[in-house]
Write a new protein. Structure first.
Ligand code: ATP
Ligand code: MG
Length: 477
């Protein structure tokens, strides 16, 4: 089932673009606004200054309504690129540089005019009927410190707005070009960032389809690089687990096949023979029986191993007398030791008393395996010594023998399932090669560690360390 969804690539690109577009829009509008404010303030200051010049210069004759006034304001109006209107103290037009008839003697009621007539200069922006924007600047004409009228300058703002428009157009053009460049860059960047993720995703998919040999090579030192490293590690572990499982199955079936074919040969020859003597039958059946025992032991070991690896299998911990447990194990192995002519010695702590929290079944399983091995791989007249001591925060149990020892090359493998140092000879002695694998699992269940030191020809020491169980571990997996 394939879900349709936006690829991370697209998401990244769209995000970049949005961010860039928002920034461009903000910059454009802010710049235009600032420019507009600047221009207007400039124009205002200039026009105000002009209006004041006229109001001061013409103080005495502006309001006298003669030709001189008219030509004066006309001349200045042209110079200042503004319309100049002179108002008397009622707001009535006394002179107009445009000399338009309809305005003659009219009373102007703009807010700006009223304010100016009260003695205060003001400015304001107006939009005319034809859409033109203009600036009104009105300053009072003072005579004997009293407002005698006002000078009003009307300046067109169209040039400013035309300027602003062309700047706006230019900026839009730049923004579009910049935006396109940003689009290109963001697509490239997004592809660059998305590519390792996509490769990783593809590898994950392949692994989930069962191709455990997938690895990705991403060398970046960022989180994605770390993720890739973790992925590779995980895939390697999966592959290893898979290989172990396959080997285990192959080994297990191989181990079961050997006794099965013996049984088959034995029973088949009984069926085919003309033998009358029941003693011969008994012999054959005894051989079959011991092969069945071997198979049963093997299946039992496999089951135990599976159980120990099952996280749902819980093992309760209780306080036990370590010395008692070891004595019990000595009892269980005494017969075998006697047969082999090997002595077993037990030494517990300084005073023979150690109380430790452990699981009796696991402890017995671990030590039985170690002592069995010690007896099995020690020649006649040898000695097996089992010691228990508390060292620091751990109970340390050592099983020492004077046996054949294990070579350095074999030591790393002896805890593997079905591993036997001398395969042929050991198969005859009855070992399945699962004992130490089970032991190690049991030790792990105890959150302990197991290690071995050995000198070929002199003997081996297996050491198991049980950490003190914290109370919250009391009953746990
Ligand atoms: N104390 C020891 N001295 C010498 N070699 C040992 C000793 N303990 C284990 N080994 C070697 O390690 C191998 C693995 O041991 P392990 O207990 O797993 O298997 P096993 O004893 O052969 O069979 P099983 O215990 O399943 O009956 C043995 O076959 C043996 O070669
Ligand atoms: Mg063993």
């Amino acid at each position: 089932m394939k879900k349709r969804r936006f690829k991370i690539h697209t998401k990244l690109a769209v995000t970049y673009l949005l961010v860039i577009a928002i920034i461009l829009l903000l910059i454009n509008s802010q710049v235009i606004r600032a420019l507009e404010g600047n221009y207007l303030a400039d124009q205002e200051a200039k026009t105000l200054a002009n209006a004041n010049i006229i109001a001061l210069a013409g103080q005495d004759y502006l309001l006298s309504k003669n030709e001189q006034t008219n030509s004066f304001i006309k001349q200045y109006g042209e110079q200042m690129q503004s319309r100049i209107i002179v108002l008397d103290k009622k707001g009535q037009v006394a002179a107009d540089s445009f000399a338009e008839e309809w305005l003659e003697e009219r009373i102007l009621t703009f807010e700006e005019v009223k304010t100016a007539l009260k003695g205060e200069e003001t400015t304001g922006v107006h939009e005319l009927k034809n859409g033109e924007r203009v600036l009104y600047v009105v300053v009072p004409i003072l005579r004997d410190e009293k407002t005698a009228g006002a000078v009003m300058l009307v300046a067109s703002l169209e040039e400013i707005y035309a300027n602003l428009d062309s700047i706006r157009r230019l900026m839009s053009l730049y923004s579009v070009v910049g935006g396109l460049a940003a689009l290109l860059v963001s697509l490239l960047l997004a592809a660059h960032f998305a590519s390792p993720i996509n490769r990783l995703a593809a590898a994950v998919r392949r692994v989930s389809e069962g191709h455990l040999d997938q690895r990705v090579s991403i060398n970046s030192k960022d989180e994605i690089g770390l993720l890739a490293e973790d992925f590779n590690e995980m895939a390697a572990k999966l592959e290893e687990a898979d290989r172990t499982l396959r080997h285990f199955l192959a080994d297990a079936s191989h181990e079961l096949k050997t006794p099965l074919s013996s049984i088959k040969v034995l029973s088949q020859s009984l069926i085919d023979s003309q033998e009358q003597d029941p003693a011969v039958y008994r012999d054959f059946l005894q051989d079959i029986d011991s092969e069945v025992d071997r198979m049963a032991a093997l299946v039992n070991d496999m089951f135990q191993l599976a159980k120990l690896q099952d996280p749902d299998y819980s093992v309760p911990f209780h306080v036990h007398q370590v010395g008692e447990l070891l004595k019990h194990i000595k009892g269980l192995t005494a017969g075998e030791a006697f047969q082999k002519g090997v002595d077993i010695k037990i030494e517990v702590g300084a005073d023979g008393e150690i109380l430790w929290q452990l699981n009796q079944d696991l402890f017995t399983c671990i030590l039985l395996n170690l002592v069995h091995n010690a007896i099995r791989y020690t020649p006649r007249n040898g000695l097996v010594t089992v010691t228990a001591d508390v060292e620091g925060d751990s109970l340390v149990v050592r099983v020492k023998d004077t046996g054949i020892g294990i070579s350095a090359e074999d030591i790393p493998h002896i805890f593997d399932r079905f591993y036997r140092v001398d395969d042929d000879r050991n198969r005859q002695t009855g070992g399945t090669g699962l004992g130490l694998a089970i032991t190690r699992q049991a030790v792990l269940r105890h959150k302990g560690t197991i290690s071995v030191e050995s000198t070929p020809g002199e003997g081996s020491i297996f050491e198991v360390r049980y950490p003190r169980i914290q109370s919250n571990l009391g009953i746990s997996k």
